[in-house]
Design a protein around this ligand. Sequence first.
Ligand code: NAG
Ligand code: NAG
Ligand code: NAG
Length: 411
Amino acid sequence: MRRPPALGCCRATPVPCPGRCGRGAGLALALLALLLLLLATQRRLGLELSRTPTRLQAPRPPTTEAPELVTRSPHLTPAPSLPPNLGDTYGRDETSRSSECPSSIRKRITGTEFGAAFLATVPVLQWAQHLREDEYRRLRRYGGAHGWKDVSWDVLKTSLSLLNTSASGLLVDSGQAAAPCVRCAVVGNGGILNGSRVGAAIDAHHLVFRVNGAITAGFEGDVGNRTSFYVFSTNTLVNALGSYAADGFKHPPRSPETRYVFLPDHDRDYLLLRAALTHQRVDRGRDKGVWPQEFFGEDLRADKFRMLHPDFIRYLRNRFLRSDILATPLWQLYRPSTGAVMLLAAIHTCDEVSAFGFMTPGYRAYSDHYFDRGHKEVQFYVNHDLKLEMRLWQRLQRSGLLRLYTGTEGT
Ligand SMILES: *[C@@H]1O[C@H](CO)[C@@H](O)[C@H](O)[C@H]1NC(C)=O
Ligand SMILES: *[C@@H]1O[C@H](CO)[C@@H](O)[C@H](O)[C@H]1NC(C)=O
Ligand SMILES: *[C@@H]1O[C@H](CO)[C@@H](O)[C@H](O)[C@H]1NC(C)=O
């Protein structure tokens, strides 16, 4: 079984400064270390980018019209304060399940502090319908998880076109959850779950979301055993397999109800999706030779897979998790964490959301993960802003849009 090495640029880079280095010399040293680390990361990224061949063969435009104007929709509401490079305009989908739930989050959010940020028509998922040349011209302006800059038209076309079932466009569909008010449990991997005994409560939701190194075997009492959606990027999945194998993470959860939700931040994700849906090994790139069955098991039907839309990730970054990192030269490294994207995707598609194992103000009392063997301090990463995410969970909780599990911390 072939395991590619971790990707340099996006490998979660721990900053050795968890919480306690808040004073004097400790702080200065930590800042210096952080600066060096940031510089090193930036240099690595620079190398990574310059080595990436520009395979952006744009499809020939069918006409000679100015391409950028084709998709610039006047009905979108750009926030004037956002720098243009952040791309605060988005496509429009009418594909969210129309909920009959009178108290759905989508109905309630407009009356909260998030009402102005929320866009009811932002595309959450991408699939075959988005394969359009004008969309490619619009989205190839944005790199990483935020657009299609890092994926060639050919790879995009031969992968997304396979996501063509009626299920491809809906995260929560009536086939999976028929109730009028769909209740979702979104499970992070935080140490707060150790000893929580909330496993049965998690499993009692209509749908259960999990992320990255989601180990359930042996932890069912605390985290449950169902997985309706497993959310990952190829990079975070491969890293989790490398880092948590010894803790028992051998592959993503597999059960008849499990759906695999890609957060694409590289062409690796499109290549792995294509390999899975054509039942072949990954045929090029960093994961060349990998059998998709190693990750997802034998059931590789198209309706087992979903892929998040880059507009959705950019929208979350710009409007919900606009970190100060975006104002620094490292802004292109930054994206919301995979767990944060998972929780916000649930908030945009479920009627009610409860979050378990996400960071709370008392995080120092817990190990990084519930499955850690022995206490490990929570790790912070240069490409995410976990403290900003933690504050967002608190605000969503206060707005009544999220039930956040806080253990014995109270609320
Ligand atoms: C989806 O794509 C596959 C592969 O190209 C094709 O065989 C299948 O007929 C398509 N299904 C639909 C519903 O269009
Ligand atoms: C989960 O646990 C329940 C009860 O403990 C059991 O009946 C069920 O088979 C388990 N499901 C899976 C997918 O392991
Ligand atoms: C999990 O909880 C048990 C019981 O309180 C404790 O002994 C163990 O050290 C904890 N594990 C971690 C990783 O904190």
